[in-house]
Structure formats: structure tokens, C-alpha cells
Design a protein around this ligand. Structure first.
Ligand code: NDP
Length: 271
């Protein structure tokens, strides 16, 4: 479907401008957000609900998901799911689409980190991070995209990291997984574009969540270094990622595919 431009018909300009915010709206859309019970995923869900979407959040801890949907309101539901259990993912998508309708937006947010010097990382450590952050992201995207491609409509958002942009020490498996995500975005965007399915990534800078606190706890040098190269001068909030996700999922971003958008207060370009 061809995107409509405001200047397609100058005569309709005033009416089009009256509807200006509609292009950013997610009204009538359903989003599946993995790891939506806490941290960045929760705020992506919060912003998407505020933008009019229905959201289905997943995670392993039922209590966190219950609390989250209670805060998010009636357009939020949850399903307990461990994204690392690959053989559950086709069934997860089937269950959600049968109960809540077609998934228009997939946000692959669930992820894990591990901070260790590279020489101490075991094969098991490495595989665990790659499995959740990369293989599971591919398997769930494939399950959703089969249906999106058939419907000729959909938006997939991956969550990358500054670890895929520059050499952040002691996170070798995490950096490899997020770099893999960046490559996957480009390939999938190029394969799916002809089916009107867009694939993009958000690359958060340093965002205040429990994952970041764990990585920074008892490591003031790392914290100061991260802050020192963030021109905006403070760490981000999960909501900063939430609004960027709303934009990428909306029709306003209809011509954006295959990109990784840093949401980082300038961290990726800071000296
Ligand atoms: P948190 O650790 O705060 O939250 C992670 C969320 O993912 C939790 O809700 C957790 O729920 C869920 N999760 C973890 N493993 C699984 C799994 N196997 N199956 C389903 N859900 C899972 O992390 P953040 O919010 O900080 O991170 C979210 C994403 O953003 C991650 O991909 C991370 O790599 C990325 N990121 C974060 C940055 C930051 O500064 N915070 C920077 C760059 C990227 P549960 O435990 O219940 O399963």
C-alpha cells in the first residue's frame, strides 16, 4: 500500500493537518512486547497503550506481568512465556492471535546480559546469552513474520545496544548477540519490505533499569565513563525508548526500514 503524503493533494492540506497526530497513533493495532513486565519493555507497553494500541506482554515471572497489566489498564494483557524455549513460540503467536487478533507490531525486547572478562566466559555462558538475545529473537520474529507477510502488514522492532556500536569491555557475548541483531535487521528488512513488513532496531544508550544497575553496581569507573561520553549529560529513562518505539511502529515511520536508531543522549557519537 502506497504511503499517503500530505502534499499529495494540496487542496486537502487543512483537513490533513487537522488529522496530523493520527499518523503517530497506534489505535486499532495490537503489539506483542517480550519482557514487557518490567524495565524498558514495560515503558514500551505504557507508551504504546498511550498511543492507542492494545498490548500483550510476555515474561517468565507471572507476578511481574500481573502487576504490569494492572498498571497498564484494560488494553493490556499478558501471557507467561520464556522466549528461550524456542519450541513454544509458534504456539505463543497462535494463542495470542486467536485470543486478541493479528499481531501488527512485534517488539523483541526481552534480553539478558552478563558482565565478565572475555577470558573467563565459558561456552555455556556464551551460548546462554546468544540463545536468548539472538536465536530466540529470530525464532519469534519468524513466527510472527510468517503471518505479517501473509497479511502484507507489520512492524518488527528489535532492541540493540551501544555494545553493538563500540567496544564495551566485559560483555563479549552480549555485544556479539546485539551485533547479530543489527545484521538480522538489515537482512529481514530487505526480505520483508516487498510484503509491507518493516524491520528496525532501537539502540538504547544507558537507560536506568535493573539491567543497567546490575552492570554499573560497584563499578563507578564504568558509570562515570558512560556518563562522560553522553553529551546530554544524564542517563535515559525507559520511557525515552517507549516513545521512540511508538514512532517506529507508527505510520509516520512508514518509509523507515532496516535502520538501527540510537536513543542514547548522543552516547554513540560522544567523545
Ligand atoms: P531488565 O533486566 O530490566 O528487563 C528485562 C525484561 O526481559 C524483564 O521483564 C524480564 O522478565 C524479561 N526477560 C528476560 N529474559 C526473558 C526470557 N527468557 N523470556 C521472556 N522474558 C524475558 O532489562 P532492560 O529493561 O534494561 O532491557 C530490555 C532490553 O533493552 C534488553 O534487550 C536489553 O539488552 C536492552 N538494552 C538495555 C539497556 C539499558 O541500559 N538498560 C541498554 C541497551 C539495551 P522476566 O525476568 O520475568 O522473564
Amino acid at each position: 500500500m502506497k504511503k499517503q503524503y500530505i502534499n499529495d493533494d494540496l487542496a486537502t492540506m487543512p483537513a490533513t493537518f487537522a488529522h496530523f497526530p493520527e499518523v503517530f497513533s497506534l489505535k486499532g493495532k495490537t503489539a506483542l512486547i517480550t519482557g514487557g513486565g518490567s524495565g524498558i519493555g514495560f515503558d514500551i507497553a505504557k507508551c504504546m497503550v498511550a498511543a492507542g494500541a492494545q498490548v500483550v506482554i510476555t515474561g517468565r515471572r507471572e507476578s511481574a506481568l500481573q502487576e504490569a497489566v494492572a498498571k497498564l489498564g484494560e488494553r493490556a494483557q499478558f501471557v507467561v512465556n520464556d522466549v528461550a524455549e524456542l519450541d513454544t513460540l509458534d504456539q505463543l503467536v497462535e494463542q495470542i492471535e486467536t485470543t486478541y487478533g493479528p499481531i501488527d507490531i512485534l517488539v523483541n525486547n526481552a534480553g539478558i546480559n552478563m558482565k565478565k572478562p572475555a577470558l573467563e566466559v565459558s561456552d555455556e555462558d556464551f551460548n546462554r546469552i546468544m540463545h536468548t538475545n539472538l536465536h530466540a529473537v529470530f525464532a519469534l520474529t519468524r513466527a510472527c513474520a510468517r503471518r505479517m507477510v501473509a497479511r502484507k502488514s507489520g512492524s518488527v522492532i528489535m532492541i540493540s545496544s551501544m555494545a553493538a556500536y563500540y567496544g564495551l569491555d566485559r560483555v563479549v557475548a552480549y555485544a556479539a548477540s546485539k551485533s547479530g541483531v543489527e545484521g538480522m535487521v538489515r537482512v529481514l528488512a530487505s526480505e520483508f519490505s516487498k510484503f509491507n513488513v518493516r524491520v528496525n532496531a532501537l539502540a538504547p544508550g544507558f537507560i536506568e533499569t535493573s539491567m543497567m544497575q546490575t552492570a554499573m553496581r560497584s563499578d563507578p569507573d564504568r558509570m562515570n565513563k558512560a556518563l562522560g561520553r553522553t553529551p546530554i549529560g544524564y542517563f535515559g529513562k525507559p520511557e525515552d525508548i517507549g516513545w521512540a518505539a511508538v514512532f517506529l511502529a507508527s505510520d509516520a515511520a512508514g518509509y523507515i526500514t532496516g535502520v538501527s536508531l540510537p536513543v542514547d543522549g548522543g552516547n554513540s557519537i560522544g567523545f
